[in-house]
Design a protein around this ligand. Structure first.
Ligand code: NAD
Length: 273
């Protein structure tokens, strides 16, 4: 294992770097997860929406690494929001994973038009007290969604997984999360691969004799974010893990800070669900 651990506000530890498996089919996921674990990964980020929870579970078992040494995240999808619906969706996810607990369960999107995320959250709190979920959190929550959730919540989410990449740096949301004890996790940390062609990133990569992907991942790591790059290639999965043996300097960091444009590679949280 190569990844440092971060302690969440519920006391549980999580590997800073994990493998994302969005748009990886179920069969491919099994092999990729097994290969990533062999390469030193100990954490996988999936979701009901990805339709690969069975493959992820199979990959974890095939790795031969004990279940308790692997950190598995999955998420409740928008059409399963609501208290009873979420409990049922969780049972299905757990069955597909072939596991008896999940390390982190997230509300995938707030889906504000449905306005059911507070009921969904109560279900996550119940799953947490049952011990079937070790940590509970949210994804794609803006400050407004979090404030509405915290109004009625017993527990505070320990993670908010949102889009963060050099064009959308999310300084304000990261600070709001931190002020509430919520760890920010970056999804599409490589901007779905699109930010890798940025000339500033390429220049910094050449300076450090690293790839552009490694520079962007290192930037996330130095900001203290959780990060879950995805690739279908085991070679790139290995490359993406080699980010703990060099450091970006202050000049690199300020150049990357200057890349903010507000451009999203994914959807706005208010527009989904
Ligand atoms: P990403 O930013 O991780 O980019 C992945 C793409 O970048 C790959 O498909 C590949 O084309 C390219 N890439 C990866 N490594 C590379 C390398 N070393 N060199 C060159 N190119 C490389 O995008 P993503 O998959 O959208 O996001 C990562 C993970 O975040 C997902 O798999 C998923 O787990 C999570 N995610 C969550 C949400 C959410 O709503 N919660 C949304 C999107 C993604």
């Amino acid at each position: 294992p190569f990844s440092p651990l971060i302690t969440l506000s519920d006391g549980n530890e999580i590997q800073q770097l994990g493998l994302g498996v969005y748009k990886v089919d179920d069969v491919t996921a099994a092999g990729l997860v097994e290969g990533a674990i062999a390469a030193g990964y100990r954490r996988v980020d999936t979701a009901k929406l990805y339709y690969n929870e069975a493959g992820v579970g199979a990959g974890v078992r095939a790795s031969g690494i004990p279940r308790e040494e692997i950190f598995v995240t999955t998420k409740v999808w928008n059409d399963d929001q609501g208290y009873d619906e979420t409990l049922r969706a969780f049972d299905t996810s757990l069955g597909l994973l072939g596991m008896d607990y999940v390390d982190l369960y997230l509300i995938h999107w707030p889906a504000p038009a449905q306005d059911r995320y507070r009921d969904t959250w109560r279900a996550l709190e119940a799953l947490h007290s049952d011990g079937r979920v070790r940590s509970i959190g949210v994804s794609n929550f803006t400050e407004a969604h979090l404030e509405r959730l915290l109004d009625s919540a017993t527990e505070t989410p320990v993670v908010n997984q949102v889009e963060v990449q050099p064009w959308l740096q999310q300084d304000a949301l990261i600070a709001f999360n931190a002020a509430n004890g919520i760890q920010t996790e970056a999804w599409s940390p490589l901007g779905r691969g699109r930010v890798l062609d940025d000339p500033t990133i390429a220049r910094i990569a050449a300076k450090h004799e690293r790839s552009s992907a490694q520079i962007v991942l290192r930037w996330h790591v130095q900001r203290g974010l959780l990060v879950i790059p995805k690739s279908n290639s085991l070679e790139r999965i290995r490359e993406n893990s080699r980010v703990f043996d060099f450091e970006l300097d202050a000049a690199d960091l300020s150049e990357i800070a200057g890349l903010e444009t507000g451009e999203r590679t994914g959807s706005h949280p208010d527009a989904v669900g």
